[in-house]
Each structure stands twice: as structure tokens, then as C-alpha cells.
Design a protein around this ligand. Structure first.
Ligand SMILES: Cc1cc2nc3c(=O)[nH]c(=O)nc-3n(C[C@H](O)[C@H](O)[C@H](O)COP(=O)(O)OP(=O)(O)OC[C@H]3O[C@@H](n4cnc5c(N)ncnc54)[C@H](O)[C@@H]3O)c2cc1C
Length: 369
């Protein structure tokens, strides 16, 4: 990890699978003051998980952008773990399991409506090979752990009936949509109801928080590139169009980021995955490409009007960073920072599992006091 602005020294870093027993935390009074940097789905989930598992903590979210201005807000919310690096595969598997357990449980409660969670069945296709299809949210961890249901390969005869092909491989399955635009409103409400507070502010450095907070949780997404100088964080540009196509009742997901994912009020049609592209402008050529590709597969979407368009930059990183780091600032001031960023195209999917792990670290730090 880079040293930031020559003034910060990283004393030690503890990855999640290691114990945090050796960390002692000291703070004045009986209340642990926790700052969460970032109000995307990762920051909000971490905040609510901490409030639930460390009830005495006083939690403040500090963020430059909130609500509809975050990347999280525009995502489709497909419960779809893809591109999970093997480097922290054990941790990632646990995050996925915890997220799956939480979301599936919520899905069958009355509150599912408030969280924008619902079951969704549909198709995954590939023209390459079975590996591609099976990695499309299914085989990364066994489907039993992810709660994926009804998974079966489509026969050649079934495949031949879908247009846009010929398709070499395809599968049918049932998974979840966790629609972030709805879920984040609910997480916000939950956070405020638990006495959380918000501070709208852009931080130039975590040093600004020294002395004001006992623990910082860094959920700054792509912002981590400048905030903590992590140059392995990079943008992965995505563009989507939301279509009014209430007749489309299944998801369709094709390799190379072509998809149609029904949300509550619109179908999210995408997309693209452009690494190191910082542009947040809509691109006509991208739209034309993904609408054409999707219409080949499901021609009636040609009749569906576009109700909204959006570009988002996924916070790419070779692996998600979820670890505790002890940072030292001038004046021998030490700040424990739990990093939770770099979720790429899986942030909604991983949000709750990562939030729970952050909360467990905070809980351990409190116990070590
Ligand atoms: C087109 C598209 C479709 C997607 N679809 C899915 C999907 O179906 N399923 C899925 O799981 N994922 C999906 N994703 C990925 C998902 O959107 C991201 O992984 C997720 O939103 C990352 O959340 P985050 O909270 O880390 O980042 P963000 O939502 O970007 O939030 C970052 C927060 O940090 C704050 N911040 C940053 N720097 C600073 C600073 N210096 N000071 C103060 N505040 C700061 C920001 O203001 C913001 O509040 C999609 C992404 C795109 C672009």
C-alpha cells in the first residue's frame, strides 16, 4: 500500500482472515465513535451492520455524494457474483454466503418491498463454452450456498428456439434482484432511526478525522484511489438504459456484459465493461450496440421506450480490500482504519456480507479496549 502524502505511516495491516486480537484500541469515555467514509451501498451496509452488532457505537457517515449521486444507486442489483479473484476467495465466499443468507431471508418477509428485493428467474447464454455460463453467478460458490435455485442447463433443442444465436450454451436459474435505488433508501432510514448521523463533506485525507473518531471505515469506492493513494483502484465504465417493458418477466444475461434485468418499474438493459475509462458521458455507440444485441435475443424490446439512461464507474481492483490498517499521522496519532472498497461489479451482491465482517472487526476492537 502506498504511503499517502508523505505524512502517513502504515504501522501494520491485518487482513480479514487474520485475528485482530493484537490490536488495542483506546478511546475516551464509553462510546466508540465510528466514522464511515462513503454513502454508497457499501458504506450504508457497513454502518447499519455496525449499529446492529456494536449497539454502543456512535456512527457517522461522511460522504461527498449521497443517494442518486452514488454509483450504487444506478446499478441493476442483480445478485450475481462474477470476477471474484482467487486471492481472497475464502473471504469472498464468506461475504457471498452472508449476503445470500440475508437477502434470501428478507425476500420472504413483508419488508422485502421496502428493500427492493425479489426473486427473479431467467436465462444465461454463451457462444463460447459452458465455463462462461456456469461462472455467470452460479459456480463461483456452490449454488446451495448462494441460494440459486432451479439451475439447469438448456438442451440444444431449447437453445435453438432462442433468437440472436445460434447459442452454444445456456442455462435457466432463479436468483435475486436487490434493487439498490430502493434498498439504499431503506438502509438510510434504518441508519437514521438507529441514531446515525450524516456529514456531507469531501475528505482530502483521513488525517482530517484524527482525534474526532476512534475507528474509521473506508468505504470510498473509486475515491480510495486518491483518498488513500491506492493506485490499484481503477474505473470500470458501464452504461445502461432503463426501458418501460413490463411484459419482460425474466432476466437475460449474455457473456460480454449484455443483459436485460427487470427491476420493479423498468427493465435495466446494458451494458458495457470498459476498464480505465473515466468518462461519465452517455455514449451513443454503446447504447446502439447493447440495444441491438439485446433486441436480437428478445426482439419486442425494440418497442419499449427508454425512460432513463445512466453511466456509472465500477470501483475496480484486483481484489476487494477488506482489512484493518493502523495508520500513524503527525504527532504520533494513530487511527485504526478498516478498508472496505474495490468491489467492482459485485458491490450490491457483496454489500451485506462485507458489512457484517466490518462490524465483526469493530466488535473485536471494542472488546480489545
Ligand atoms: C452499470 C453498472 C451496473 C451494475 N450492476 C450491478 C449489479 O447488478 N450487481 C452488483 O452487485 N453490482 C453492480 N454494479 C456494481 C456496484 O454498483 C458497485 O460495486 C457498488 O455500487 C460500489 O459501491 P460503493 O459503496 O463502494 O461505491 P459508491 O456507490 O461509488 O460510493 C462511494 C461513496 O464514497 C464517497 N467518497 C469517495 N471518496 C470520498 C472522499 N474523498 N470524501 C468523502 N466521500 C468520498 C462517495 O461520495 C460515495 O458516497 C454495477 C455497476 C455499474 C456501473
Amino acid at each position: 500500500m502506498d504511503v499517502v502524502a508523505n505524512t502517513v505511516v502504515v504501522i501494520r495491516t491485518i487482513s480479514f482472515s487474520q485475528s485482530v486480537d493484537s490490536f488495542t484500541l483506546s478511546y475516551v469515555g464509553s462510546t466508540m465513535r465510528v466514522a464511515i467514509v462513503g454513502a454508497g451501498v457499501i458504506g450504508l451496509s457497513s454502518a447499519v451492520c455496525i449499529q446492529s452488532e456494536v449497539p454502543g457505537a456512535e456512527v457517522t457517515i461522511i460522504a461527498e455524494l449521497t443517494d442518486v449521486h452514488t454509483t450504487s444507486d444506478g446499478a441493476a442489483g442483480f445478485f450475481h457474483p462474477g470476477h471474484i479473484s482467487a486471492d481472497n476467495a475464502a473471504d469472498a465466499r464468506q461475504w457471498l454466503k452472508d449476503s445470500a443468507e440475508h437477502f434470501w431471508k428478507l425476500c420472504y418477509t413483508e419488508d422485502a418491498v421496502d428493500y427492493g428485493i425479489f426473486e427473479m428467474s431467467g436465462y444465461a447464454f454463451s457462444n463460447t463454452n459452458w465455463d462462461v455460463v456456469e461462472k455467470m453467478g452460479h459456480e463461483t460458490v456452490p449454488d446451495g450456498e448462494l441460494g440459486v435455485k432451479n439451475y439447469r442447463r438448456l438442451t440444444d433443442s431449447e437453445l435453438s428456439k432462442f433468437s440472436g444465436g445460434p447459442w452454444r450454451c445456456g442455462a435457466f436459474k432463479t436468483t435475486l434482484i436487490t434493487e439498490p435505488r430502493i434498498m439504499m433508501v431503506q438502509l438510510n432510514k434504518q441508519f437514521l432511526a438507529n441514531n446515525g448521523s450524516f456529514l456531507r463533506q469531501k475528505l482530502d485525507s483521513l488525517a482530517d478525522l484524527v482525534g474526532q473518531f476512534d475507528v474509521v471505515v473506508n468505504c470510498s469506492g473509486l475515491g480510495a484511489r486518491t483518498l488513500v493513494g491506492d493506485k490499484s483502484v481503477y474505473p470500470i465504465r458501464g452504461q445502461v438504459a432503463r426501458l418501460n417493458a413490463p411484459w419482460l418477466k425474466h432476466f437475460y444475461h449474455v457473456e460480454h456484459d449484455i443483459y436485460m434485468l427487470p427491476n420493479r418499474d423498468a427493465v435495466v438493459v446494458g451494458g458495457c465493461r470498459q476498464e480505465n475509462n473515466w468518462s461519465t458521458e452517455l455514449c451513443d455507440a454503446d447504447r446502439e450496440h447493447f440495444l441491438k444485441k439485446n433486441a436480437e435475443l428478445f426482439p419486442s424490446i425494440k418497442r419499449a421506450p427508454i425512460v432513463r439512461e445512466w453511466v456509472g464507474l465500477r470501483p475496480g481492483r484486483p481484489t476487494v480490500r477488506l482489512e484493518l490498517e493502523e495508520m500513524q499521522f503527525p504527532g504520533d496519532k494513530v487511527l485504526p482504519v478498516i478498508h472496505n472498497y474495490g468491489h467492482g461489479g459485485n458491490g450490491i451482491t457483496l454489500s451485506w456480507g462485507c458489512g457484517r465482517h466490518v462490524a465483526r472487526i469493530v466488535q473485536q476492537l471494542e472488546q480489545n479496549k
